[in-house]
Design a protein around this ligand. Structure first.
Ligand SMILES: Cc1cc2nc3c(=O)[nH]c(=O)nc-3n(C[C@H](O)[C@H](O)[C@H](O)COP(=O)(O)OP(=O)(O)OC[C@H]3O[C@@H](n4cnc5c(N)ncnc54)[C@H](O)[C@@H]3O)c2cc1C
Length: 720
């Protein structure tokens, strides 16, 4: 097939490959039009088959699909994908199928490659970066494999751990690279078993570079590794392989290399990712040559934005590539001007990718990010691929792991810490379905495992001190941090507070609707950490409250979660006796004082959606049992993230610790969602108790510390 043919079938895929799309049997596919296929916020395709739909595991799930004005290969500013799904019928869609589905829909995708950093803090920074880049909707991300650094080990910087975190913590469909040079069958089997155990299902199978004095390998070429994975695991892993548009440097010739590439694909590879190159014509020729010899799988071009003179030279040397003369002539005079080189790199890569998309030969693009984000994000945005306003499939972050594809319900407590929730439930085999309580709440991951991704903030200690104060002199200082965060105001040193320990992000749009009211409460020491306003049947496409399929309606009960002093807690309990429509749960740090009017095994639905042609979806609950687990994390964050910023024994640390030790964590649900919520009224009453008593809540340190003594004696008196 020549390049000229590509306009009719530009991707070069034969129809048998396309038929694999969606992994739905032909019977299931019958009657499904393209319009009935939908894309979820993770980029996967979901399909509808209304006539044969049932609730069994094998049933496919439903969605509407309507792209915004930027569709297909269009090149423009920012894409809004109208996406949706109903997780109730969700099934896992392997990456190979997602790629084929994107090819079929003509909608280009992007993927991102990262390498494991060397240090622990580098790993934490990379995860923060993955989180940010996830917002743009990459189809998948890759983690490279470096044999010298124990890539299959358990350290926080190993390829295996970073790939695990990328999938299970950041929620990206993840492909782990694996090289076989110097490895035995036993080594590879160990790595594959571990990857499988971690939920990883995509492997880029590579030979890797042979070291002169390296160990002999059981796998001479990548083809043998591909064969081995297929033989041992069948179709469990999606397998990608490397292709070289300029020929692999060790190959006797370009044609020989292509022949070996075909062998590699025939051994069972699902797609090819190419080595980087600098001219689109190189890719066109390569794809054409591959198709000529019968390679039919998708070929994804690898693009490295030129980010600096030195990194270009380094990479080119490593990959034994030649930079075209015209690029050398532009870059050489700029070599001392990093910004100019980066701008040129953005321009050069954008133009090249545009040409590849417009030709229809490239189904998407794979970015060698070099663990940087600015240039790559800028290119993605220029291409109109950045998914700036994805319609949320569910109100919380959906994870593309096959283990979680049946997940349809979560406790609301972790809504501001979704990554911690994903981490703590990553070893679950089954996710509660239907109603939360029916699966006997599986055990959560241990909190004592203060793992890298866990109680740690994405910000540095210095940044946190700038925001939360280098010294805390009174309880009011603490309350002001909450207040400024909610108001989006700078603190007394002029630094904007963009996070608190329970919320590592800026406020979500839902909270901004009530942030003024929340701020007033916080200013006076009712320290809110989670909330949602009530809504009664808003459109599922509503930009603030919406999620799920178009044409649905969203319902929410007003919810508020906060820390409050022991004295106020007592007043609150009394006030709550007047409000039978409110469910409450109040607990202290060690759980000895645990008051609730909810049934222990009966979660309360706080968010649900009603969608055309399907059951009601109820993705968020207040679950008394998991509140007991959450409270350890919620109280732990005071100490782990905040108090430990200050030296042991310091006044600042004592104040934070005394709050953690003496305050109560409260959640309130107003069940009467169609009416205006009474939660504000309840809390106004609570504050007016203070006013009535003319008491200020521990405004100085001395008072606050004596307050904690008082609390201790109160604790003795209170009983469940
Ligand atoms: C997308 C991509 C990702 C990469 N990621 C990593 C990574 O994470 N870690 C890393 O260390 N390296 C990585 N590399 C680099 C890669 O490991 C090297 O280029 C390596 O030298 C070749 O690996 P391969 O899997 O392409 O090998 P192979 O496909 O085995 O090819 C290696 C050479 O052997 C030749 N050959 C293949 N089969 C035969 C045969 N039957 N008989 C004779 N000759 C044969 C080929 O023509 C080629 O010259 C990556 C490269 C790419 C393109």
């Amino acid at each position: 097939m020549g390049i000229e043919n590509t306009s009719e079938n530009p991707s070069g895929l034969d129809s048998s490959v396309k038929e694999k799309c969606c992994s739905i049997s032909q019977t299931e596919m019958n009657g499904i039009t393209n319009r009935e296929r939908g894309r979820n916020s993770d980029g996967s395709i979901s399909c509808t088959n209304m006539s044969s739909r049932n609730c069994s595991e094998s049933s496919i799930y439903c969605s509407d699909f309507e792209d915004g004005s930027d569709t297909g290969n269009s090149v423009g500013p920012c894409r809004r994908r109208r996406t949706s799904s109903c997780s109730t019928y969700q099934h896992y869609q392997p990456l190979s199928e997602k790629i084929l589905a994107r090819i079929e829909s003509g909608e280009p995708f992007f993927s991102l490659e990262f390498f494991p950093p060397r240090t622990r803090s580098g790993a934490a920074n990379l995860l923060a970066r993955l989180d940010r880049m996830r917002q743009g909707g990459p189809l998948f991300c890759d983690i490279t494999w470096h044999p010298a650094g124990n890539p299959g080990g358990d350290s926080e910087t190993s390829s295996m751990t970073i790939a695990w975190a990328s999938l299970n913590y950041s929620g990206l469909d993840t492909m782990l690279h694996m090289t076989s040079a110097g490895a035995t069958v036993a080594d590879i089997d160990r790595h594959l078993a571990k990857a499988k155990n971690m939920g990883i299902r995509n492997i880029l199978a590579l030979r890797g570079d042979r070291l002169e004095d390296g160990n002999p390998s059981d796998f001479e070429y990548a083809t043998m590794l591909v064969k081995h994975i297929r033989k041992t695991y069948g179709d469990y892993f999606v397998i990608g392989v490397a292709g070289y548009p300029a020929g692999h440097p060790e190959a006797p010739s370009y044609d020989e290399d292509l022949k070996y590439l075909k062998e590699k694909v025939d051994a069972g590879a699902d797609f090819i990712i190419t080595q980087l190159f600098f001219k689109p014509e190189v890719f066109f020729k390569f794809v054409n040559d591959c198709r000529e010899i019968g390679i039919r799988v998708p070929i994804i071009p690898g693009v490295m934005p030129i980010q600096s003179y030195d990194s270009l030279r380094h990479i080119v040397k490593l990959s034994k590539l030649e930079v075209p003369q015209e690029i050398v002539e532009i870059v050489e005079p700029l070599k001392h001007n990093d910004e100019a080189i980066r701008n040129y790199g953005i321009h050069q890569a954008s133009e090249m990718i545009k040409a590849m998309f417009q030709s229809g030969v490239a189904p998407g693009v794979h970015f060698y990010t070099l663990n940087r984000e600015v240039a790559t994000i800028s290119i993605i945005k220029q291409l109109g691929l950045w998914n700036c306003q994805p319609q949320r499939t569910l109100p919380w972050k959906v994870v593309p792991s096959y283990r979680r594809c049946q997940e349809e319900i979560r406790p609301i407590f972790w809504s501001t810490r979704p990554n911690a929730y994903i981490h703590r439930t990553s070893h679950w085999d089954d996710f509660p379905n239907g109603r939360w309580g029916s699966s006997e709440s599986p055990a959560f991951g241990d909190l004592r495992d203060y793992y890298l991704f866990y109680l740690k903030s994405k910000s540095t200690k210095e940044e946190l001190l700038e925001m939360w104060g280098h010294s805390i002199d009174s309880y009011q200082d603490v309350w002001d941090v909450f207040y400024h965060y909610l108001m989006g105001l700078p603190n007394k040193n002029g630094v904007k507070i963009t996070k608190i320990p329970w919320n590592d992000e800026e406020l979500c749009p839902e909270t901004t609707v009530i942030s003024d009211r929340l701020a007033c409460l916080n200013k006076r020491g009712i320290l809110t950490i989670n909330s949602q306003p009530n809504v009664n049947g808003v459109d599922s496409t509503d930009p603030i409250h919406g999620w799920g399929t178009q044409g649905g309606y969203i319902y929410k009960k007003a919810y508020l979660e906060f820390f409050v002093s022991a004295r106020r807690m007592q007043n609150l309990k009394e006030i709550l006796t007047q409000y039978s429509q409110i469910n409450y749960h109040i607990i202290n740090k060690n759980g000895r004082f645990n008051f609730t009017n909810a049934y222990r095994h009966c979660p309360i639905a706080v968010t649900w959606g009603v969608f055309p042609g399907r059951e009601i979806i109820q993705p968020t609950v207040v679950d008394p049992e998991s509140f007991l687990v959450w409270k350890d994390e919620a109280f732990g964050l005071w100490t782990e993230q905040w108090a430990k910023l200050y030296p042991e024994g310091s006044k600042s640390r004592q104040i934070i610790e005394s709050i953690a030790n003496s305050y109560y964590l409260v959640n309130l649900v107003d069940n009467d969602f169609p009416k205006e919520t009474v939660l504000w009224e309840v809390l106004d009453k609570l504050l007016s108790c203070d006013d009535r008593n003319h008491e200020e809540e521990c405004l100085s340190t001395d008072e606050s510390l004596s307050c904690s003594d008082e609390v201790d004696s109160q604790l003795q008196r209170l009983s469940v």
